[in-house]
Write a protein that binds this ligand. Structure first.
Ligand code: ZN
Length: 117
């Protein structure tokens, strides 16, 4: 049981909601990419339906990145009172690098859940 949003946050299979989509989360400081399971370990659901299936997930990732950057800009300038746009830019750039693996995982997870049929 649980909503699609919950499953996306947990990174679980859209079919059975039990198996994990990613085997490893990936480690940015080791430049190790998140590793996906080919099939769900619980129900056998195939995550990458066809070669190139995840190209579309890049658009999801792009939207997430833009959304996060805009959100961060407002937080930094209005809540923390940063006035220097260059400083803000540097912080956002660093945050986007830090979030890149997270964005990759979450965008693929969203993509899998969007097109689960
Ligand atoms: Zn499954």
């Amino acid at each position: 049981m649980g909503s699609a949003i919950q499953n996306i946050c947990l990174g679980t299979c859209p079919n059975c909601n039990k198996g994990k989509i990613f085997e490893k989360k990936g480690l940015l400081y080791k430049m190790r990419m998140p590793k996906m399971h080919t099939n769900c370990t619980v129900c056998g659901y195939k995550f990458e339906k066809e070669p190139g299936y995840f190209y579309g997930a890049m658009y999801v990732s792009y939207m997430l990145t833009v959304g996060e950057a805009i959100g961060l800009y407002f937080i930094l300038s209005y809540i923390f009172g940063f006035g220097d746009n260059f400083q803000i830019f540097l912080i956002i750039a660093a945050a986007m690098i830090g979030l890149s693996f997270f964005n990759m995982r979450i965008s693929r997870t969203i993509w899998i859940h969007l097109f689960k049929n």
